[in-house]
Design a protein around this ligand. Sequence first.
Ligand SMILES: [Zn+2]
Length: 91
Amino acid sequence: MHVNCIMCGHRFDLGKSYDDYEGAVRCSTCRGLLEVRTRDGQVKMVRPFGPPGGNGYLTPQTQAELAAEKAHAAAPASVGAQPGAGNATAA
Ligand SMILES: [Zn+2]
């Protein structure tokens, strides 16, 4: 089963183990985290993972991973940036 990354447009194969799946999938191309929902081998929903405010979707493991990435991405140059400014296209 294939999913199109809505952030970079890359199409990647999730394999049969994701034919009935709901949760986070990481794009290997842009490292973006997608929330994917599939049923019977068909993609029902793809959207950027982690809505502001959170809806309880994040597992503790995913939260830890996101926190680690956030800390890693917080370069000194980004000090003063508005939290949640949505500047994903700045790069
Ligand atoms: Zn991507």
